[in-house]
Design a protein around this ligand. Sequence first.
Ligand code: DGI
Ligand code: FE
Ligand code: FE
Ligand code: FE
Length: 188
Amino acid sequence: PLDRAELVARLHDALRDKRFHHVLRVEQTAIKLAKQNNVDVEKASIAGLCHDYAKQRPDEDFINEIHQKGLDPELLNYGNAIWHGVVGAELIKDELGIWDEDILNAVRHHTTGAAVMTPLEQVVYMADYIEPGRDFPGVEKARKITNANLGAGVAYQTKQTLEYLIEHNSPVYPKTIETYNAWVPAYR
Ligand code: DGI
Ligand code: FE
Ligand code: FE
Ligand code: FE
């Protein structure tokens, strides 16, 4: 398998500068959250680095992958925002040789979350949201909540994202609703 330096080099090739630096910050944030929550630090590093590997691929790469791997055809109704995680995990497997299903699931679920998420998946979902380059109303609150309680952070992000999507008349991927139902009432 690729070591960290080789992985960083592959990410550097795959991503524009701004996105590459986001990925490095997500890695560092994921490592910190992993230490705070007894999560495997190496897996957090790899998942943090890889989570947006496919973000800048053309739509046709995702569409081909959906057909070739027999993924849910419902995916065809969405776009890059959903594909780069769910379908991107398949590209990571094919092109980076990462087969660890914990890591792949953390990539698959980093945008929408899921009703059931391992601590590693929660760490990557939250690291992407609160990395130090993020600057949106509520991000400081999100950081505070997440550092106090990882699951409460998951609930907070999920509610904020759903409110944002509805406010902008955006389609909501069904998994996002499942995440809401599983996490938000539980932390009420
Ligand atoms: O890839 P990043 O920009 O680092 O962040 P991300 O993967 O968490 O989010 C990518 C985009 O996906 C972001 O603009 C919010 C959007 N998104 C999250 N959940 C849904 C969604 N878009 C749609 N249409 N439906 C969702 O359920
Ligand atoms: Fe992403
Ligand atoms: Fe995210
Ligand atoms: Fe990201």
